[in-house]
Design a protein around this ligand. Structure first.
Ligand code: KG4
Ligand code: ZN
Length: 373
C-alpha cells in the first residue's frame, strides 16, 4: 500500500510518499519561516498564498523522489483540518483533484490524528498508549485507544505550550520562532553556570533555574489540564523588574539566558506534573504501555528529559519520534491515511475542510477554557 500525503495546515508546505511497511519514500517539507518572520508570527493569508505557489512543485518532487507515477499510488491523504483554513483548502483541493483524475481513494486526515499516530510510523507500537501533544497550536493529553478512538484527558485552558515559548522569546527579545531560541538561551545559561563552578553533578544550572522563582501552573491540581498564561505574565514582570534595575534599561545577556532557563524549567515541571496525573487516569481504564510525545515542543531536550523521568516513575516507556516527525510534516498525514485505509475507510470528494476538528468531540471543556479545542 503506497499513499501520498499532503500537509498545508500551518506554515509548512509538505508532501510525502509512505508505504504500509513503514518505508518513507519521500518526505519534503518547505518551511515558510522566512516569509512570516518579519511579522513575528504566522500570517494566515501569506501562508495560504505560499502553499498555493509551492504545493504543485513539491508534490511533483516527492513523486519523482519516490520514483512513482500517480497511477501507482493506492490513495491520496491530505490534512482536512484543524488549522488555518486557507491553507487547508489549498491542500484538500489539490488532493481531491489528483484523486479524481487518477480515480484514487481520497482521505481527509485530521492533523491531530496525524500527530497522534506518528509514533506508529517509526515502530510497531501497540494501542492503547498515552499521548502528549505539545505544539504551537495544541497542548493535549490523549488516551489513544485505536485508529479514530481518542479520549482527551486534558487540554490547555489558555495558551498552547509552543505559544508560551514563542511569546516568552518575544518578551526576552530572542526572535522567532521562539522555542528553539529559548532552548539555546537556556543551554547557554546552564553552560555558564557549570563554567562558573556549579558542578554538573547538581544538574548543571539548578541555581539558574531557581533564580527567578517562577510559578509552576496547575502543579498539584487535580486532572490533566494545562495553563501557561500566568507563567507568561510572571516572565513579563521579571523582565520589567530587571530592565528597571539595569543602567541602560535593558536585560543583560546573562539575565536573559537565565530567565529563559527558568521559564523552560517551569514549563517542563508543569507538563511533567500533568503527565503524572494523566498516567494514573489512563491506567484506570486502559493497560497503557507507553507515553508518546509529539508536536514541535517535543524537540526540546530538557522537556524530553523530564518526560523520561515521568514515564519511568509511571513504569512506562517514553516514545519520542525523531524531531522531523514531531514537527509538522506530510509523512504523518500519509501514515494516518494508511492506517485508515487499512480499516477500509475513505472520504467523499465533497468533504468540507474543517478549521476546528477535535479528536474527542465528547471531551468536556477544560475548566476556565476559552475557545481552544
Ligand atoms: O508542531 P509544530 O511544528 O507546529 C504546530 O504548531 O503545529 O510546533 C511548532 C511549535 C512552535 O511554537 C515552536 O516554538 C515550538 O514548537 N518548538 C519548540 C522547540 N522547537 C520548536 N519549543 C521548545 N523547544 C524547542 N526546541
Ligand atoms: Zn502540528
Amino acid at each position: 500500500m503506497i499513499v501520498l500525503g499532503i500537509e498545508t495546515s500551518c506554515d509548512e508546505t509538505a508532501a510525502a510518499v509512505v508505504t504500509d511497511r513503514r518505508e518513507v519514500l519521500a518526505d519534503l517539507v518547505l518551511s515558510q519561516l522566512a516569509e512570516h518572520r518579519p511579522y513575528g508570527g504566522v500570517v494566515p493569508e501569506i501562508a495560504a498564498r505560499s502553499h498555493l505557489d509551492h504545493l504543485d512543485r513539491l508534490i511533483g518532487e516527492a513523486m519523482a523522489k519516490a520514483g512513482l507515477t500517480f497511477g501507482e499510488l493506492d490513495a491520496i491523504a491530505a490534512t482536512g483540518g484543524t488549522g488555518l483554513i486557507g491553507g487547508v483548502i489549498v491542500g484538500v483541493t489539490m488532493a481531491k483533484a489528483i484523486a479524481a483524475v487518477h480515480r484514487l481513494p481520497f482521505l481527509a486526515v485530521n492533523h491531530l490524528e496525524g500527530h497522534a499516530l506518528s509514533a506508529r510510523l517509526v515502530e510497531d507500537l501497540p494501542f492503547p498508549y498515552l499521548l502528549l501533544l505539545v505544539s504551537g497550536g495544541h497542548c493535549q493529553l490523549l488516551l489513544v485507544e485505536g485508529v479514530g478512538r481518542y479520549r482527551r484527558l486534558g487540554t490547555t485552558v489558555d495558551d498552547a505550550a509552543g505559544e508560551a515559548f514563542d511569546k516568552t522569546a518575544k518578551l526576552l527579545g530572542l526572535g522567532y520562532p521562539g522555542g528553539p531560541a529559548v532552548e539555546q538561551a537556556a543551554t547557554r545559561a546552564a553552560a555558564r553556570a557549570i563554567a562558573a563552578g556549579e558542578g554538573a553533578a547538581k544538574g548543571g544550572g539548578q541555581a539558574v533555574r531557581d533564580r527567578f522563582d517562577l510559578p509552576r501552573p496547575m502543579r498539584g491540581r487535580q486532572g490533566c489540564d494545562f495553563s501557561f498564561s500566568g507563567l507568561k505574565t510572571a516572565v513579563r514582570q521579571r523582565v520589567a523588574a530587571l530592565a528597571a534595575a539595569s543602567p541602560d534599561g535593558r536585560l543583560s545577556d546573562t539575565d536573559r539566558d537565565d530567565l529563559a532557563a527558568a521559564f523552560q524549567a517551569a514549563v517542563a515541571d508543569s507538563i511533567a506534573d500533568r503527565v503524572a496525573n494523566a498516567i494514573d487516569l489512563a491506567r484506570e481504564s486502559a493497560p497503557i504501555g507507553a507515553l508518546v510525545v509529539a508536536g514541535g515542543v517535543a524537540a526540546n531536550a530538557y522537556l524530553r528529559a523530564r518526560l523520561e523521568q515521568a514515564a519511568r516513575l509511571g513504569n512506562l516507556r517514553l516514545v519520542a519520534p525523531p524531531a522531523r516527525l514531531c514537527t509538522d510534516n506530510a509523512a504523518m498525514i500519509a501514515w494516518a491515511g494508511i492506517e485508515r485505509l487499512r480499516l477500509g475507510q475513505r472520504d467523499d470528494l465533497d468533504f468540507a475542510p474543517r478549521p476546528r476538528w477535535p479528536l474527542d468531540p465528547t471531551a468536556p471543556k477544560a475548566v476556565g477554557a476559552g475557545v481552544k479545542a
